[in-house]
Design a protein around this ligand. Structure first.
Ligand code: CTP
Length: 399
């Protein structure tokens, strides 16, 4: 979303990881970015120019004097750029950039870029840890460029250690973060997501259809906006959001403990999780066996704590508390009642039960209600976008 319609320069230098830049380009294009690839001569020994040209739908810049339509194309590109990424970045290119050397299309163009720049070093571990390379990276970082640390693992040279280019989805995620205005800097955001699971016996449980997608989207959005995010998560099949502290829980009691333990330092609390209101009164330690003569079976249930209500009772006036209301009927009436009962500053109400909104969908249609009586309709859009709009409103209401 943040790279949509942005002009992005993707610099590719001569490392074995150059092939990953192809996938990164694909992700950027899919997200709606206009990407121009700049390749060094050595990069072209690893991946052909045509691949990048076809996928980017733009001419690849590799030679300042022979390839371009205009003699100052590199300056046009640099001026228009909203961001530049160099992935993979070799020690040689890093050294040139750190010292302002402009002897090829990439280093010359980068000298004229004033937009945010991300450098993704990738090389042998000893090279990466070499004091000169580290010094050059420090120079670039001090100058305000973003350095994405390489992953550790088995490298192409069979060395095991730091130096591997992170996966394209991760670089893409960090580029999005780089381009996101940091309006939550200094704020601690506590989010709960996913379902809770209450054991009946060692093999059976009571839970719900929550996928965790909405809560995870909120955690990701808050992190990208500079918030320090703690995510208390029930069991879900989602990748942990980057740079977010995730605390895994199963039951409502465990979720309550973790939410309350992290409550005091939180500025914003967003309780998205679908919590089981009741749990089996007497969970068995052995599997309940089928009784041949029993047609009906009842499981005695007992109430779980209402975590949100408890937070509402304990929160300070500086803390902003957001609840969710998953409803099948009377959306507005039920949501307003919950906001009142649980002492919330805002409630996000959504109808569950349809395939394009609610629990498992990637999209959601939400209505926000605020303590001051106002409300805001978010149309059916992707949960990532819902998350950002919801956070916009939190920030506005917090003043
Ligand atoms: N919630 C909670 N603890 C519970 C139940 C709900 O913290 N034991 C929170 C949810 O995380 C959500 C809000 O309360 O933010 C509303 O949850 P929802 O399931 O819609 O409503 P309930 O309060 O459980 O009421 P009901 O099931 O009757 O609709």
């Amino acid at each position: 979303m943040r790279v949509k319609d942005k002009h992005i320069l993707l610099g590719v230098t001569g490392g074995i990881a150059a092939y990953k830049a192809v996938e990164l380009l694909r992700l950027l294009k899919k997200a709606g970015a206009d990407v121009t690839v700049i390749m060094t001569d050595n990069a072209q020994k690893f991946v052909g120019k045509t691949t990048f040209e076809v996928l980017s739908e733009n001419q690849v810049l590799s030679d300042l004097y022979f390839d371009t339509e205009s003699s100052v194309k590199h300056i046009d590109l640099a001026t228009r750029a909203d961001a530049a990424i160099i992935a993979p970045a070799t020690a040689n290119t890093i050294a040139k950039l750190a010292h302002g050397i402009a002897d090829d299309a990439l280093s010359t163009t980068l000298l004229a870029v004033t937009a945010p720049v991300m450098i993704c070093p990738s090389m042998n571990t000893d090279m990466y840890q070499n004091i000169r390379v580290q010094r050059n990276l420090d120079i670039l970082e001090t100058d305000g460029w973003h350095i994405l640390d390489p992953d550790a693992g088995v490298l192409a040279c069979k060395t095991v250690g730091a130096g591997r280019l992170p996966e394209p989805w991760f670089i893409f995620d960090r580029v999005e973060a780089m381009l996101t205005p940091k309006d939550l800097t200094g704020k601690k955001v506590l989010v709960s997501a996913g379902p809770t699971v209450e054991a009946i016996d060692p093999v059976r449980f009571i839970s719900n259809h929550s996928s965790g997608k909405m809560g995870y989207a909120i955690a990701r959005a808050a992190e990208k906006r500079g918030g320090q995010v703690t995510l208390v998560s029930g069991p879900v099949a989602l990748a942990p959001p980057v740079n977010v502290e995730r605390i895994d829980v199963e039951t409502c009691e465990q979720m309550a403990d973790q939410m309350l333990a992290n409550l005091e330092s939180a500025d914003i609390i967003i309780k998205v999780a679908a919590v089981a209101d009741y749990k089996p009164l007497d969970p068995k330690t052995s599997k309940i066996k089928k009784q041949d003569n029993t047609k009906d079976l009842s499981i005695a249930m007992t109430e779980n704590p209402d975590i949100l209500k408890r937070i509402g009772q304990n929160k300070t006036s500086d803390q902003f508390l957001v609840g969710f209301a998953a409803e099948t009927d009377d959306l507005e009436k039920n949501a307003l009642l919950k906001m009142e009962k649980k002492n919330l500053d805002m409630i996000a109400a959504n109808l569950v039960g349809s395939s394009d909104s609610g629990f498992k969908a990637d999209t959601n249609k939400v209505k926000l209600f605020f303590r001051d009586g106002s409300s805001f309709d978010i149309p059916l859009i992707e949960k990532d976008k819902v998350a950002d709009i919801l956070i916009d409103h939190v920030i506005e209401k917090m003043g």
